[in-house]
Structure formats: C-alpha cells, structure tokens
Design a protein around this ligand. Structure first.
Ligand SMILES: Nc1ncnc2c1ncn2[C@@H]1O[C@H](COP(=O)(O)OP(=O)(O)OP(=O)(O)O)[C@@H](O)[C@H]1O
Ligand SMILES: Nc1nc2c(ncn2[C@@H]2O[C@H](COP(=O)(O)O)[C@@H](O)[C@H]2O)c(=O)[nH]1
Length: 388
C-alpha cells in the first residue's frame, strides 16, 4: 500500500450553505455543506446528543433528509463551526471554543474508506477522523502462526519502549486464559454483541481464527494513536489482508517459526490450549505460513529462532538501533486554536485569526501534506503561528 493521496484544498467557500463559516451562540447550531446533489448538515441539537456532533444528509433530488451511519469517534458538539470542502470527499470542520486537542476534524463523506464501507454495509456512511499535528509513525501489523512468539516480541518491545508503543486491544469471542485480563489482553466479547458491532461498522478488520471471532475495533486503534504512541496490531493473516486493503497506512511484519516441530513445542510448552486446539492451530499454521511468505501482504519477514536475535532484528527493522528508551516519545499533538476566531482561506492554506483584542494572532494551517484519515487520525497538518 502506498502513501495516502494528498488532499489539497479543492475549493473553499464562505457563503451560506456551501462551506459555511457559521458563528452562532445558539444551542441548535448546525452547519450545512453542499457537495453535488447533497447537503451535509453537521451539528444540530446539542440537547438531543451531547456526545458527538450529529450528521444528516439532505438529498436535494428526492428532497429526503436522513441520518447516515457515522463511523469513528466524532467531535463533541460545540457552539459554532467553520467548514470547508476538500478534495476526495472530505469536509474540514473547525470547532470554535473547543478544548485542546479537539478543534480540527475531517468528515469523510466520499473518501475511498467511506466508499468501501458503504459497499460493505449497504448503507449510507460517513466517517470522522480527528486532525493531528505532525506525523506519527505508521502503525505496525504483526502476524504469524499461533505460538511463533508474536506476543512475546511485542511484550519485549513495549517493556523496553513503554512511551513509544501502544497495543491495539482486540476483541475476541474466545474464553480468557487464566492470566488474561479483560480490556488489557483482549476485550472478551459475546458473539452476538460483536457481530452487531461489526455490522455497525465499528471494526477495522475481523476474522474467524481457530474457530473464534477476533477483530480490531476502530476505537482500539484511535485510543493508542491519541495517546501519542505508535500502534501495534497482533492479528492473523486474514486480518492483515483486510488492513492492507484499508486506508490505514501501516507496516506489515510476518513472523515465521524455525520449523513446524519447534512451533508445536512452543504451543505445548505454553500450556494454554487443549490437545484438540493445538492440533487445529498447527493445521492452520501451515496455510498461514504459506500465505505470509507468498501473498505480498508482508513487506518484512522475521524468523523467530533465537528470541534475543529475533528481537534485535525487529528493533533494527523499526529503526530502533541505538534508540534510548526514555527518548522514545512519538511527536504527535492535537492543535490548540483560540476559542474565539474567524476562519478564511488564503491560496491553499486555512487562516485562523483570533477574534477580539488579540486579533493580530493568526494560525496558518497548511493541509498540503495530509496523510492517514479514517479509520484513524488525519496526520500531517502543519501549523504556523504568526504574531504570537
Ligand atoms: N524464540 C523463542 N524460542 C523459544 N520459545 C519462544 C520463542 N519465542 C517465544 N517463545 C515461547 O513460545 C510460546 C508462544 O509464544 P507467544 O505466546 O508469544 O506466541 P504468539 O505468536 O503470540 O501466539 P498466539 O498467536 O497464539 O497468541 C511462549 O511460551 C513463549 O515464551
Ligand atoms: N484478525 C485478527 N486476528 C487476531 C486479532 N487478535 C488476535 N488475533 C490472532 O488470533 C490468533 C490467536 O490468538 P490467541 O490469543 O487466541 O492465541 C493469533 O494469530 C492472533 O494474531 C484480531 O483482532 N484480528
């Protein structure tokens, strides 16, 4: 998967109902943005929904107004918004009077991810993606047959670099092992609940693995990204394939065992599965190893023979040679805009000018290097403060 395409500002309008700069103290503030035959109405009644801005679509042809499925964690309602139409079916929404880290959002209404989800869910879909400053490192997908040592390697990485990496906690319908804690190792889920959440588009990927359902929720990835850490996903090959096809721009590592015999020994020594489950996992391992090595999903293949050597190679692949653990914090921040401001466009930049006495303070948002997007955060916003 290549870099996500840049989404330069296509057109920005500041009139009524098309890329509007709404400035209202009303509790019913909403903003309407016209794209083609549709008006996207963003905002609405705070009293009805205090948790996330509402989105409605008005189809001008049929004069029908309806609520689409809204994917991703959206922004909390605010007293007023500015909105601009960007390329590739995205609307930039800037909130006023919002707390730190909650001011710049992207509503994807016809991005590749939204089109894919629309097809999958058979319903109208829009998706929120929060804008973050700078470029966080790409998430890391680690796959490999059961027992090869993925979890062991990930634990070593997170122990040595606690402030750099965060684990995406998957959902699973399998029963917890004795040492596993809900919300830490997995979100242990009821099958019908998980299936309903999958239907509702809450998952980045999911698969049936060794007879149970496993999946990565969009929220699990967002929680890690928002904490400023690089997200690690421990998922099977089917899941990796789905992530590869998604717009989550990740790196993909496959871990191979030195032999099937050694894999069997490790699974047995771990002592967490019944004999029947071990046999099932070993049968699946052969196909997984074949696919992992030949499918082209994985750019990086590691052999976990000697654990210490394999861990060293993993660190080299991740560019961590000689990196001191204490210096490992990833540079990723929200964007703190002044509470009261006016928003305008200058060439391909968005100018946010502080209102009131401090009018000379301006923030220039350069969107020319955007990357990422739903599901997950939109990265690469360059912010320049002028006159501060
Ligand atoms: N290089 C190694 N040499 C010997 N034993 C190892 C090595 N790597 C990991 N192990 C051991 O193998 C067992 C399986 O490792 P681990 O649980 O990390 O596998 P996994 O790939 O995460 O499995 P699963 O996919 O089932 O979660 C553990 O008991 C671990 O201590
Ligand atoms: N597709 C996904 N696969 C996942 C996810 N979480 C874990 N896994 C994979 O399942 C097997 C078995 O795990 P175990 O904990 O029962 O031993 C292993 O290969 C994991 O990588 C997920 O969210 N999606």
């Amino acid at each position: 998967m290549g870099e996500a395409p840049a989404f330069l500002v296509d057109h920005l309008e500041n009139g009524h109902s098309s890329g509007v700069d709404v400035n209202s103290e009303s509790k019913n503030t909403e903003i309407s943005v016209d794209i083609g035959d549709r008006t996207f109405v963003i905002g609405g009644n705070h009293e009805r929904n205090n948790f996330s801005i509402e989105v409605q679509i008005h189809d001008k042809k049929s004069n029908n107004r309806f609520s689409p499925i809204v994917l991703g964690t959206g922004p909390k309602p605010s007293k007023s918004y500015s909105a601009f139409v960007l390329k590739q079916g995205r609307i930039l929404v800037i909130k006023k009077g919002s707390p730190f880290n909650d001011s710049i959002w992207f509503l994807e209404v016809d991005s590749p991810y939204v089109r894919e989800q629309r097809k999958l869910l058979g319903k109208e879909v829009v998706a929120w993606s929060k804008g973050v400053k700078g470029n966080a490192e790409k998430p890391i997908v680690i796959s490999g047959p059961s027992g090869v040592g993925k979890g062991t390697l990930i634990s070593m990485l997170m122990k040595e670099f606690p402030s750099m990496f965060g684990f995406s906690v998957s959902h699973t319908t399998r029963s917890p092992r004795s040492m596993e804690r809900n919300g830490v190792h997995y979100h242990f889920a009821d099958k019908s609940v998980m299936e309903k959440e999958i239907k509702d588009g809450k998952f980045l990927e999911f698969a049936s693995v060794h007879g149970n359902l496993y999946g990565t929720s969009i929220e699990s990835v967002e929680v890690v990204t928002d904490s400023g850490k690089r997200c690690i996903l421990d998922i099977d090959v089917q899941g990796a394939r789905s992530v590869r096809a998604s717009s989550l721009d990740a790196i993909f590592i496959f871990v191979c065992p030195p032999s099937m015999k050694e894999l069997e020994n490790r699974l047995r020594a771990r002592g967490t599965e019944t004999e029947e489950q071990i046999q099932k996992r070993l049968r699946n391992a052969e196909a997984e190893i074949k696919e992992g090595q030949s499918s082209g999903i994985f750019g990086l293949i590691l052999y976990n023979d000697n654990l210490e050597e394999c861990y060293k190679k993993l660190k080299t692949l991740l560019g961590l040679d000689g990196v001191a653990p204490v210096n490992g914090v990833v540079e990723i921040q929200g964007i703190d805009l002044p509470n009261e401001h006016r928003v305008s466009k200058m060439e391909e930049k968005i100018i946010v000018q502080e209102a009131g006495e401090a009018q000379r303070n301006k923030f220039v948002l350069d969107l020319s290097s955007l990357n990422g997007g739903a599901p997950g955060r939109t990265r690469g916003i360059l912010v320049d403060a002028i006159g501060l």
